[in-house]
Design a protein around this ligand. Structure first.
Ligand code: SF4
Ligand code: SF4
Length: 389
């Protein structure tokens, strides 16, 4: 199986805006303030060498450096250029290297555009949808809308893409059940977005004690997005949770035909490692809602073999084990192959650890039921994919 190392490099550990739902700076998490605002060239050099070491020792075939924050574009473009240069010089002869950046889309100038072109950086912009949706949470530090500038910059990215200057921007949005997702899909398509990702909120199972029905409200948004995509029927448009569902369906078909070798041959093992501005290495911080479990995960100091140590550490096996070990309710669920019990952070509770269905269980069930009933009605053709059992 091919191995890809996805390095989420937090080159800036502050943000120029203040989204109310931000798990990194709000929600009682102040650890980022203990680290430097910006990463440095010595850290980037050490990191590149340590990655090189691991490429050899762990047979990594692809490295994807994802520049994250806070807001990564708060760094000076000249420093960013040097950081990219270090990775290119250290790694390109030994491994396939790609770059991406996840930005809030509020900062853009010619220097950045030239850098996107120079390093062929894939651009992901965080925007929750149209102005109404985006203004609910994604506000400036003085509680003003950030919408206009983000929309303007996405349009610039799209113009640059049509001139062959940068990659087509993708978007990440956090789902709020109060929004209208048919409108949001339409809006994102109207500004030229083809690759969309919609995240469910960062909550664990204990949140149901505060709001018992919280996790039940997301089936409609997930299906509205699916249905909008289905109706448009444009092969260039991709939504991540729809792709994930089809992967589940395809795996099921493949297994039912005893054809799993073919499936496995195409599989890439994607290993996620977070690197903070001070160079410390840690597991994916999307596990942050698991509170005590996340706080016990090991953190590695940057040294030549730190990345290899991270890749050999038992925490990665533990994560795989947790992902595979589903609760009794999930074991007997009709949707297990599509859902896999949901993301592990949404299963975690103080009393049962990971031995729970996802907090979004009812929403997933509703979403899958509606999708399958639509496919059955339509003679088993789902959008651009033929669904046969
Ligand atoms: S843009 Fe990202 S890092 Fe900044 S406040 Fe919003 S969610 Fe947090
Ligand atoms: S979380 Fe719910 S929908 Fe998903 S597999 Fe478990 S029981 Fe089924």
């Amino acid at each position: 199986m091919k191995k890809r190392l996805q390095v989420i490099y937090k080159i800036v550990e502050r943000c120029n805006i203040n989204c109310t739902y931000c798990y990194y700076f709000n929600l009682d998490n102040e650890s980022a303030y203990d680290r430097p605002i910006f990463t440095s060239l010595p850290i980037a050099k050490k990191l590149a060498i340590s990655i090189l070491h691991s490429v050899k020792s762990h047979k990594i075939e692809e490295v994807l450096i994802c520049f994250h924050g806070g807001e990564p574009m708060m760094i000076k473009p000249s420093l960013f250029d040097k950081i990219c240069e270090i990775f290119v010089k250290t790694l390109t002869d030994n491994v396939k290297l790609n770059f991406s950046i996840q930005t809030n889309g509020t900062i853009l100038n010619t220097d950045w555009i030239l850098l996107f072109y120079k390093y062929k950086i894939s651009i992901g912009v965080s925007i929750d949808g149209d102005k109404v949706a985006n203004d609910k949470f994604r506000l400036s530090k003085n509680r003003k809308s950030t919408f206009k500038i983000v929309e303007k910059n996405i349009k610039i990215f799209n113009d640059l893409y049509s001139q062959g200057i940068c990659s087509k921007p993708s978007t990440i949005s956090v789902i709020n059940p109060l929004n209208n997702y048919r409108k949001i899909y339409k809006y994102l398509r109207s500004i030229g977005i083809e690759q969309m990702s919609f995240l469910l909120p960062d909550e664990n199972y204990d949140y149901l004690k505060k709001d018992n029905s919280f996790g039940d409200k997301f089936g409609k948004p997930l299906f509205s997005l699916y249905h909008s995509w289905y109706k448009e029927n444009n092969p260039s448009v991709e939504i991540r949770h729809v792709n994930d569902m089809f992967n589940g369906i395809n795996q099921q078909i493949s297994l039912s035909k005893n054809n799993n070798n073919k499936r496995l041959k195409n599989t890439i093992e994607n290993i996620i490692m977070v690197v903070r501005s001070d160079g410390s290495l840690a597991v994916n911080d999307s596990y942050y809602p698991t509170e005590t479990w996340y706080s016990k995960c090991p953190v590695f100091t940057l040294e030549p073999n730190a990345v290899s140590k991270f890749l050999s550490n038992k925490i990665l096996d533990e994560i795989k084990f947790i992902e595979r070990t589903i609760c009794e309710e999930c074991k007997t669920c009709n949707w297990l192959n599509l859902c896999n019990g949901g993301d592990i952070e949404n299963r975690w509770s103080r009393t049962n650890d990971f031995d729970n269905p996802s907090i979004f269980c009812k929403s997933y069930k509703k979403y899958y039921e509606k999708v399958i009933s639509l496919t059955t009605d339509k003679k088993q053709t789902v959008g651009n994919t033929v669904y046969k059992t």
